[in-house]
Design a protein around this ligand. Structure first.
Ligand code: ADP
Ligand code: MG
Length: 332
């Protein structure tokens, strides 16, 4: 049974990026305004996510690493109006099955923090008091070490895994208004390098400047569109023909109600539209779709990156119309 769980866990936590993404989403769900991600050897050796969120109360210490345990949803109807990132209670139980998990946490009602160590079945093996500000630190050592073949492949491809992780962290960093997100990596015995960093108290525009740099940010302009009666789109996109440097297919970030998602069809639409302006590059995009929660599902793939929009084709037509109005060919 433990072996089955390990294999299934590998499907929730697919790679380094999903592991860290799940932890960052837990921090956001806990109301954190500061999230610090520390990696050792690009995450192969050690991953740690520390936040200043609500902390975990003692009655949840054991439950939270059990499969399908979640404190965020009480009945199925809640799924319709879901605003939190997590709701399936699979991340921590999966991480326990895949690596060495420990948690340090403190709520505002406690004078001390508690450090908990979990085994691969999610059972607490040690518990001690220690000092820490209110919030939670989750550490995962040697991710995938319980799956020898996967582990080997993970170590071999660690730089690629790390690259994907940075892109995902950028997605959260860009949209996180007023959230301070810092990621650093330490290799071997070398020093620690900060690789992603946003200030707290910043707008999306400020975040674009810190993540992409001033030059790139200067090429992007604000866009807001009422696409349909129930869909509103806002964000930043490159000015067509602004000559913003390199092709930016890897700098297209889409969100639904602030949740980073993949939107290949929207990306394709934008890229085609830009091509029709004789633009040499794909546009850089940071675009948030504001939609009623009942009009889409994010629960369709394990990593929750795919979004299923009800009436997607109508929406795409309306989006194309709206964009063509803004970017009328004679404007450029
Ligand atoms: P889910 O997020 O789907 O509820 P997880 O396995 O990711 O499931 O987390 C299980 C539970 O652990 C959460 O419901 C929450 O109660 C608690 N938890 C996890 N991380 C944090 C955190 N950083 N701060 C506060 N609570 C947390
Ligand atoms: Mg979660």
């Amino acid at each position: 049974k433990a072996a089955v769980h390990r294999i299934c866990s590998g499907q929730v936590v697919l790679d380094l990026a999903t592991a860290v993404k799940e932890l960052v989403e837990n921090s956001l769900d806990a109301g954190a305004t500061s999230i610090e991600i520390r990696l050792k050897d690009y995450g192969a050796e050690f991953i740690e996510v520390a936040d200043n969120g609500s902390g975990i109360s003692p009655e949840n210490y054991q439950g939270l690493t059990l499969k399908y345990y979640t404190s965020k949803i009480s009945d199925f109807a809640d799924l319709q109006s879901l605003s939190s990132f997590g709701f399936r209670g699979e991340a921590l139980s999966s991480l326990c099955a895949l690596g060495n998990v420990s948690i340090i946490t403190r709520t505002k009602d406690e004078a001390f923090a508690t450090r908990l160590v979990y085994d691969h079945a999610g059972v607490i093996t040690s518990e001690e008091k220690m000092a820490r500000a209110v919030g939670t630190t989750v550490s995962v050592g040697k991710l995938f070490s319980t799956l020898p073949v996967r582990h080997k492949e993970f170590n071999r491809n660690i730089r690629r895994e790390y690259g994907r992780l940075l892109t995902i962290l950028q997605a959260y960093a860009l949209i996180g208004k007023g959230i301070k997100l810092v990621c650093s990596n330490q290799t071997g015995r070398g020093g620690r390098t900060t690789v992603v960093q946003t200030q707290g108290n910043a707008s999306v525009k400020d975040n674009i400047v810190t993540v992409f740099g001033t030059k790139t940010a200067g090429c992007m302009e604000w866009l807001d569109l009422a696409v349909t009666e129930s869909c509103y789109v806002e964000g930043f996109i490159s000015k067509p023909g602004a000559g913003c440097g390199r092709a930016a297919g890897d700098r297209q970030f889409f969100y639904v109600n602030g949740r980073p998602v993949d939107m290949p069809k929207v990306a394709k639409l934008l890229n085609e539209l830009y091509k029709s302006f004789n633009s040499l590059q794909y546009p850089m995009v940071v675009l948030n779709f504001i939609l009623p929660t009942a009009s889409y599902d994010v629960n369709v793939t394990p990593d929750k990156r795919k979004v299923f929009l009800h009436s997607e084709s109508e929406l795409m037509v309306a989006l194309r119309d709206a964009l063509e109005k803004v970017y009328s060919p004679n404007k450029y």
